[in-house]
Design a binder for this molecule. Structure first.
Ligand code: UD1
Length: 342
């Protein structure tokens, strides 16, 4: 019981990498996922890495009946890591209601079950999107939260509030991890990001351009107030991000939390521009990228990078991979992905 963790959204990009790191650290893992943006085969791909096949149940977490049914037979968890959510920013602008319905109801249903079955620990998948364009960089956890740029971003903010209020009124302890930009893939290249359709995020679009699937990468604007004019982000290797979740669970197990809800930025503390990313990708992988500068993308912020000091000191967590590692593994995954499919 002590070491059993439920991972919602465990077949997704960050979820699958976290399952691997949990298993590597001796935790028993159960995955629930509705497979709306992932594949059941990921469960076997995880087992190829760790030699342990996690238990998997297809559950739609926004459906209260399905959730109750699942928890009736499965509730001996030390904690829950809650990733399951819809995450396409542009789609959320066009279809806000399904985003609110899915992301918020799933979180409410999970919290209700935690109270019912006395499961007292949750790690929530939040995002640096809650800071908007910060006034001060690097941004720390004490920075004011700003109105989200999208319904997707707003669901992260709202879910953090719901978790705060629920923790205050129950036995639940929560750690909200605010991720910066997760990229890269496991070094085995058995798991990685499976974007459906045309990718919106920079790295999958870049690797698909390198692979010849896309003709040309569009760089959204070179007139920002940054050294080369392109947008700056704090890119973090997904394996480092996964390990932050293991550190959070261990902090809960070791009863080291200083308040019922804690918040940590999970980033490297280093900002890279879009052109830095393209140049580094070309350097480490020896491939030229066909790209062109076009106008800014609506809703993009100019620059953001983390102050990860709190995670470093309190969680004892540090990002270990550099940008070369991230972009090398992203490319290895792109090259292996087709062979892995089916
Ligand atoms: C986006 C979301 C963020 C979400 C994250 C999930 C927005 C405003 N933010 O972050 O809330 O948590 O995805 O992964 O959508 N870029 C290009 N060309 C491309 C794609 C991106 O130049 O084809 C640039 C962007 O302008 C930005 C950088 O690359 O400067 C990173 O973009 P992206 O990977 O989409 O992530 P975010 O926009 O930072």
């Amino acid at each position: 019981m002590k070491n059993k963790i439920l991972v919602t959204g465990g077949t997704g990009f960050i979820g699958s990498h976290t399952v691997v790191e949990l298993q590597n650290n001796g935790f028993e893992v159960v995955i629930v996922d509705n497979l709306s943006n992932s594949y059941e085969k990921v469960v076997d791909d995880i087992a190829k890495i760790t030699n342990i096949k996690p238990v998997f149940k297809k559950v739609d977490l926004k459906n209260k009946c399905e959730v109750s049914e699942f928890f009736k037979d499965n509730h001996d968890f030390f904690g829950i890591i809650h990733f399951a959510a819809s995450k396409a920013v542009g789609e959320s602008v066009k279809k806000p209601l399904p985003y609110y319905e899915n992301n918020i109801n799933s979180t409410i249903n999970i919290l209700e079950m935690m109270i019912k079955y006395d499961i007292n620990n949750v790690v929530f998948s939040s995002s640096c999107t809650v800071y908007g364009q910060p006034d001060v960089l690097p941004v720390s956890e004490t920075a004011p939260l700003k109105k989200a740029m999208s319904p997707y971003g707003n669901t992260k903010h709202i879910c953090e509030d719901i978790i705060d209020d629920t923790a205050a009124a129950s036995n639940i302890n929560a750690i909200n991890l605010r991720y910066f930009n997760p990229i890269g893939a496991h070094e085995s290249a058995f798991i990685g990001e499976y974007p459906q359709g045309t990718p919106n995020n920079l790295i999958p679009y870049l690797t698909q351009t390198a692979a010849g699937i896309r003709e040309c990468l569009s760089v959204y604007g070179d007139d920002y107030n940054t050294p080369d004019g392109t947008g700056i982000r704090d890119y973090i290797h997904v394996v480092d991000l996964a390990n932050a979740h293991v550190s959070a669970i261990k902090r809960m197990l070791d009863k080291k939390m200083k308040s019922k809800v804690e918040v940590f930025n999970i980033g490297t503390g280093i900002g890279y521009s879009v052109l830095d990313i393209i140049k580094t990708f070309e350097k480490v992988n020896g491939i030229k990228i066909n790209y062109k500068i076009i106008e800014r993308r609506e809703g993009d912020i100019e620059k953001v990078w983390a102050d990860p000091t709190l995670a470093n000191t309190e969680l004892g967590w540090h990002a270990k991979h550099n940008l070369d590692d991230m972009l090398r593994s992203s490319w290895q995954w792109e090259c292996r992905r087709d062979k892995n499919e089916g």
